[in-house]
Ligand binder design. Structure first.
Ligand SMILES: NC(=O)c1ccc[n+]([C@@H]2O[C@H](COP(=O)([O-])OP(=O)(O)OC[C@H]3O[C@@H](n4cnc5c(N)ncnc54)[C@H](OP(=O)(O)O)[C@@H]3O)[C@@H](O)[C@H]2O)c1
Length: 262
């Protein structure tokens, strides 16, 4: 049975642009009230106004840099003070960097790890117990097809996403109920601000962010929930092929994609 999100509250990180905006709209269409979190207040508020006008759900915005030390605890404290119960958590906030490791800015990759991994793990650990206690909830982590093979030129980013995929499937394996869904959604290149932020060029077919939302809801609605899904048929095949190739061969192929000045 698909979960009924009407009147529930969905916390969506990274919902000021790109994939997070469309995920927020998707949960609003299903009647969930929203908590939108990101750093750019004006963008968050514009998204909130648009969603409230279109669907009539309650949308709250919280400006928070989730890569900052103590940020997740601060967010949790703000929500607790406001008496918010989180029924759905979407850990979508994330960014990539596209340089050889030797050229990476060490502060930036440390922030990348704190956001892509640290905040995601801590928010999952914070809100999963309540969902299990109430026997209802969903945690969706946004992974990437970059998680399926080493990516020279994006060593830190692809490794954060490999962590997200393994972490999510492991937690999925710990669940004893189907009423709490834990899922990692792995998009390939998707239209958003991602490539501009990462200073990278997209490779292959760039999909609309709605494809991520459709894949996510199909997986959440499934009778037998799976821990991990890939967005798009070609991306699914490529991910499977990557798993079958030896590390040396797959790394050589991947280095053609994102390794600059190869
Ligand atoms: N686009 C792709 O090709 C692609 C492919 C696979 C996976 N993904 C993943 O999809 C997710 C969403 O990315 P996107 O493609 O939609 O890119 P995007 O348009 O750049 O969105 C990233 C979102 O994360 C927020 N964010 C970034 N740093 C943050 C921080 N320190 N604290 C709080 N929020 C922060 C951004 O908002 P603010 O700047 O306002 O903080 C924005 O709302 C990411 O996890 C990304 O790795 C993207």
């Amino acid at each position: 049975m698909p979960q009924d999100y009407k009147g529930k509250t969905a916390l969506i990180t990274g919902s000021s642009s790109g994939i997070g905006v469309d995920i927020a709209k998707g949960f609003a269409r299903r009647g969930a009230n929203l908590i939108l979190v990101a750093r750019r207040t004006n963008k968050l508020e514009a998204v909130a106004r648009e969603i409230e006008a279109a669907s009539g759900v309650k949308v709250t915005t919280i400006t928070q840099d989730l890569s900052a030390a103590g940020a997740t605890a601060e967010l949790e404290a703000k929500l607790a003070k406001a008496g918010v119960q989180v029924d759905v958590l979407v850990n979508n906030a994330g960014f990539g960097t596209n340089e050889r490791l030797v050229n990476e800015d060490r502060d930036r990759i440390a922030a990348e790890i704190r956001l892509n991994i640290g905040a995601l793990v801590d928010l999952t650990a914070a809100y999963l117990p309540g969902m299990i206690e109430r026997d209802f909830g969903a945690i969706v982590n946004i992974g990437s097809t970059a998680s399926f093979q080493p990516v020279p030129g994006m060593a830190v980013y692809s490794s954060t996403k490999a962590f997200v995929r393994n972490f999510t499937a492991s937690v999925w394996g710990e669940l004893k109920t189907k009423n709490v869904r834990v899922l990692v959604v792995n998009p390939g290149a998707t239209k958003s601000e991602f490539f501009e932020v990462a200073n990278a060029r997209p490779f292959g077919n760039v999909m609309p962010s709605q494809a991520v939302v459709d894949t996510m809801f199909k997986a959440l609605d499934a009778r037998n929930p799976r821990p991990s899904v890939v967005v798009g048929g070609i991306n699914s095949i490529t991910a499977r092929l990557s798993a079958m190739m030896g590390t040396k061969a797959v790394t050589k192929v991947a280095s053609k994609l994102y390794l600059k000045n190869n």
